[in-house]
Design a protein around this ligand. Structure first.
Ligand code: ADP
Length: 257
């Protein structure tokens, strides 16, 4: 059967429409799957510290009065798990807040060097560690939102401090229309196989190894979300036992380029 050119072209149109429709359904299904996975992961992460708290509380009630060593161990565990829960809830709220803000973008010029110096200064006092900020130019002005950018800096600096014992070096410069921020530590580093997964929610390289440092596995996924919101990029290079380098690129405000 030969169809008239008109019918053939209508068939093509219908075919294309059908394909677009299938793609849309597929994207929605994927989104739904991710959402379900996220809720499952979040519940699991929240339940783990609660279970520990619950078990230690019942140990305390049973033997705490007569066993000072057990009492001390239980109280320490309860305190650690409580602060872990607090960290998790804060991170989850931050994620929700970022998603809510998606619609109302309020960008403005942000002095990146000043913001970094302030953030590094604060962490330096809090953790009694050296964070050395080195800027190619004091006036590197990004186009962004001050609060999320500050969160971004805190996440990356906090990791550098958490996973190394040596001074952390931060360098800011510009390249064409971008601010380039490099945070370098000489810490434990990250195995190569883990690097592609670092930005996934709840991903931690070694849960037991990092349990005591109170990581949630949410920091870098929040960092990525903030960077993408700014049309920037974030990359991590690392060698185990040698250290880690995080490179963030953010668009400059016009007055800065
Ligand atoms: P967390 O809250 O556990 O630090 P992140 O999402 O910030 O979660 O980081 C994910 C994982 O990446 C961490 O658990 C840690 O194993 C690894 N990581 C991140 N930054 C560094 C770093 N500077 N040095 C070594 N490992 C790191």
């Amino acid at each position: 059967v030969t169809l008239s050119p008109k019918i053939t072209s209508q068939k093509d149109e219908l075919g294309k429409l059908g394909q677009t429709f299938n793609e849309m359904i597929e994207a929605l299904r994927e989104h739904d799957e991710k959402q379900k996975q996220f809720v499952a992961d979040a519940s699991h992460e929240l339940r783990t510290p609660l279970t520990v708290i619950e078990s230690y509380t019942s140990l305390l009630r049973r033997w705490g009065a007569n066993d000072p060593a057990l009492r001390e161990e239980a109280l320490q565990a309860i305190q650690a798990e409580t602060s872990r829960l607090k960290g998790l809830i804060q991170a989850l709220l931050r994620l929700a807040e970022l998603e809510r803000m998606e619609a109302e973008i309020s960008f403005q010029p942000v002095e990146a060097v000043a913001l970094m110096r302030e953030t590094a200064g604060r962490l330096s006092v809090a953790f009694e560690r050296d964070l050395v900020v080195d800027a190619a130019d004091e006036r590197i002005v990004c186009w962004g939102e001050p609060e999320p950018l500050k969160q971004l800096f805190v996440i990356v600096l906090d990791n550098a401090v958490k996973y190394s014992r040596r001074p952390v070096r931060i360098r800011l410069s510009r390249e064409r229309s971008e601010a380039v921020i490099v945070v370098k530590d000489e810490g434990i580093g990250i195995p190569e196989a883990d690097i592609p997964h670092l930005f996934e929610r709840f991903y931690r390289v070694d849960k037991m190894r990092h349990r005591s440092s109170g990581g949630t596995g949410l920091g870098l996924s929040i960092a990525k979300q903030i960077v993408e919101r700014h049309n920037g990029s974030i990359r991590i290079r690392s060698r185990e036992t040698r250290g880690t380098e995080v490179e963030i690129r953010l668009p400059l405000a016009e007055e800065s380029s």
